[in-house]
Write a protein that binds this ligand. Structure first.
Ligand code: ZN
Ligand code: ZN
Length: 316
């Protein structure tokens, strides 16, 4: 099969990679579409230690599984491969299992391939009305919904989203759908145009917000967020590439700010939103590129202003 692999220094499309072998409890999934994400680009810049097949945003069809009712079904899935036995897993928080592997990110081959192995318990059926090109956004959308699990009711809250990229635009839509009054911080006309495409308010946010989400992907995001949140408000950190940098945290203490780190989320709310409306993902798609052209697709995904590039393995 085909697989886009990272060996620590080079990204290459293997055409005769060995098909993965499912273990007990695993499903073998034939990948339909997979999205290139910022994390994938980070890995190919050497920021993470991952080696193997990339890809953690995907939709596909179950080819083989222990549970016969899954075979042939269209699925997406949680990318955290948890042990299933520890105290975190017992609470349904496999996303925090200390020995977890993460599909295409840590210790497990991902979905930029014809086939991927995923534990059956991680899978979620895609509702019939949700096309592949929307379902492929379930993983980042679940990460956006995680904020609602963390901050509780957002209805009536004044919210600011820093970062008009893919995740920021998903987060803003999720908060708006939950009843928050949302402004996407936008300094450039291109950012405002983007927010317009999702029917989101944008501009220069006024300080005093109840919730500020940093989805900038920049080291400076937290400082900006702290300058915009009201006393006793909440700052949610979605910037995953937060590297070491100096920051004066006195404002967080003086203003009693809750700082909440936020990563992956549950899939069911994301799939409900994709099926029921209230979240639009289609305008995020820049291009659907055949898996055979994955290297060119990566260059395109890395270009300034790029939104989502999807790899299409359905031609196999
Ligand atoms: Zn991602
Ligand atoms: Zn565990």
């Amino acid at each position: 099969m085909r697989a886009l692999r990272w060996d620590g220094s080079r990204l290459a499309l293997a055409r005769d990679a060995a098909s993965p072998t499912p273990a007990e409890g695993d499903a073998l999934v034939r990948v339909a579409l997979a999205g290139i994400c910022r994390t994938d680009l980070e890995i190919t810049r050497g920021y993470l230690e991952f080696r193997g097949t990339l890809g953690h945003e995907w939709v596909g069809r179950v080819q083989a599984a222990g549970d016969p009712s899954l075979v042939g079904r269209r699925v997406v899935g949680d990318i955290n491969l948890a042990c299933g036995r520890c105290t975190w897993c017992a609470q349904g928080l496999g996303r925090h299992c200390p020995t977890r592997r993460v599909l295409g990110i840590a210790g497990a081959d991902g979905a930029f391939a014809d086939l991927v192995v995923v534990p059956e318990r991680n899978l979620h059926l895609v509702p019939d009305g949700v096309p592949d090109a929307a379902a492929v956004f379930a993983e980042p959308l679940a990460a956006a919904f995680e904020i609602l699990d963390q901050v509780g009711a957002a209805s009536g809250a004044r919210a600011v989203v820093l970062g008009a990229g893919k995740l920021g635009l998903l987060v803003a839509q999720v908060l708006k759908r939950a009843g928050a009054d949302v402004v996407v911080s936008a300094r450039h006309p291109a950012q405002r145009t983007r927010a317009d495409r999702f029917d989101l308010a944008s501009g220069t946010p006024a300080p005093g917000a109840d919730i500020v989400v940093d989805a900038t992907g920049a080291a400076d995001g937290l400082r900006q967020a702290l300058s915009l949140v009201r006393p006793r408000g909440t700052v949610v950190l979605k910037t995953t590439v937060a590297r070491e940098h100096r920051l004066d945290l006195a404002p967080a203490v003086i203003n009693e700010i809750s700082i909440v780190g936020s990563r992956c989320g549950r899939f069911p709310p994301a799939l409900d939103a994709l099926a029921g409306g209230g979240v639009t993902v289609e305008p995020m798609e820049d291009a659907v590129v055949p898996l055979d052209d994955a290297l060119a697709a990566f260059d395109r995904a890395a270009a300034k202003g790029a939104m989502k590039i999807l790899l299409d393995a359905r031609d196999a």
